[in-house]
Design a protein around this ligand. Structure first.
Ligand SMILES: Cc1cc2nc3c(=O)[nH]c(=O)nc-3n(C[C@H](O)[C@H](O)[C@H](O)COP(=O)(O)OP(=O)(O)OC[C@H]3O[C@@H](n4cnc5c(N)ncnc54)[C@H](O)[C@@H]3O)c2cc1C
Length: 407
């Protein structure tokens, strides 16, 4: 059944979800299920201006030429759960003391309960030279639908030289994505025969390859086997595209380091959306400030948040959203019934670290960086079976189960 859509006006709802990405759709689906028996007439609204919804995790494989980019998208209208209303507008202001949000288009929407899940902002313009060059002249990025095809074009057409892959300061979505595409590019360069006349360089603002030792140990061996040069604590600060130079700041010495590139895959810096940062819901860094276990706002008990927009101190992934969504739904319903909030989130997140066209390390861990693995095998090993999970199982899990509140 097509969702009921409303026009820009003033309205009142039991639950308003701001953002209908991975977190918004999944949480709404869980809420509908939970309230079906007890409050079947609850009025639930999603506000999101987007025409299209993206399954971003597949962009790693799109950038490597495994899938066309169209597999990552569906119409937002087709994903709004039955029984939920959609307002296709952009929220511009949160007024939590009045239980109200306002949209750019002028609607005033009031709520009894609010869920904030607006994702984060890609700051292309923070790197001089990047915004105008990404997608052209050897500069590419998997981080947006508009640019992801440029990665595959660059990898496919690379004829040798220096290929640089960058990772900015945290937080970023999917901490492993900047390196996954590098391993795939390396594998492709070996097949196409250009690897012998190439340097593959990983320039990362971080100090190590991965935060969890169990997986970092394997990844360090992968780097060694693939003869990839690593430059840690190197933060990209500018691109001089006319001469194909990337400028880095060495975070240990504060020195400027200039490197020539023939292709460069850039992961842009990322930050909270401005309208979230400037709202009473934000912490001082600009993220929505919720309790890390209950996912309830620390100052406004009728507000919850999850996903990339939240301050949850875990790696920002869709896998994390999958676990957070059911906790938000259960705790929000408990709050509605004036009962104690008993559902807790332990920081679970997952990063399928693709290390080649047929191998993957399935990292899964919690707030304390302890492995929290699903399969009864050593997941720190590179495995073909886990690559198949990433390629075939996880997309199906997302579209057919997670977004329907069934996983
Ligand atoms: C290249 C790449 C690789 C990744 N790989 C993985 C992976 O392998 N595994 C994994 O689990 N995760 C991965 N991720 C991360 C994952 O996609 C995100 O963490 C996840 O989508 C977060 O969900 P979200 O709902 O918080 O944000 P999003 O899914 O980004 O949704 C945010 C929504 O908010 C809406 N919005 C924005 N502004 C407003 C506004 N003003 N008013 C109303 N709505 C608004 C947007 O339109 C959007 O629909 C990857 C991401 C990228 C980019």
């Amino acid at each position: 059944m097509a969702p009921k859509e409303i026009q820009s006006e003033s309205h009142s709802y039991d639950i308003v979800l701001v953002g209908g990405g991975s977190a918004g759709i999944t949480t709404a689906a869980h809420l509908v299920k939970q309230l079906r028996k007890e409050k079947p007439n609850a009025r639930i609204l999603i506000i999101d201006p987007a025409e299209n919804h993206y399954y971003q995790p597949i962009w790693t494989l799109v950038g490597a030429g495994v899938y066309p980019k169209e597999v990552s998208t569906r119409k937002e209208r087709d994903l709004i759960p039955s029984g939920v209303i959609w307002l296709q507008e952009a929220v511009s202001e949160f007024i939590p003391h009045m239980n109200e949000v306002r949209t750019k288009q002028g609607a005033r929407v009031s709520y009894r309960y609010l869920v904030v899940c607006t994702g984060l902002k890609l700051d292309w313009e923070k790197i001089p030279g990047l915004a105008e060059s990404v997608g052209k002249n050897g500069v590419c990025s998997n981080y947006s639908y508009e640019t992801v095809e440029s990665t595959w074009k660059n990898i496919r057409e690379f004829t040798g030289g220096t290929a640089i892959f960058t990772q900015p300061l945290p937080p970023i979505k999917c901490g492993g994505a900047p390196q996954k595409i590098m391993y795939l590019a390396d594998s492709y360069f070996r097949t196409s025969g250009v690897r012998k006349k190439s340097d593959v360089v990983f320039c990362s603002a971080a100090g190590t390859i991965f935060s969890v030792k169990k997986y970092a140990d394997t990844l360090n061996k992968v780097l060694q086997r693939k003869e990839i040069v690593t430059r840690y604590k190197h933060n990209l600060t500018a691109l001089r595209t006319d001469v194909k130079e990337a400028v880095f700041k060495n975070l240990d010495t504060n020195e400027e380091v200039i490197m020539h590139y023939d292709m460069i895959h850039v992961t842009p810096p990322q930050s909270p959306c401005d309208f979230v940062r400037n709202s009473p819901l934000a912490n001082k860094e600009g993220w929505v400030e919720v309790d890390k276990e209950k996912l309830q706002h620390v100052r406004y008990p009728n507000v919850f948040a999850l996903g990339d927009a939240s301050n949850l101190p875990t790696s920002k992934t869709g896998a994390a959203v999958r676990k957070q969504a059911s906790v938000v739904a259960q705790n929000l319903v408990a709050e509605m019934k004036k009962q104690p909030l008993t559902s807790t989130y332990n920081g679970y997140t997952s990063c399928p670290l693709v290390t080649g066209y047929n191998s993957l390390v399935m990292a899964e861990f919690d707030y304390d960086q302890n492995p929290a693995e699903t399969f009864p095998i050593d997941q720190s090993k590179e495995r073909y079976s886990m690559y198949l999970v990433k390629k075939y199982v996880l997309p199906r899990l997302y579209w057919q189960f997670m977004l329907k509140g069934r996983a």
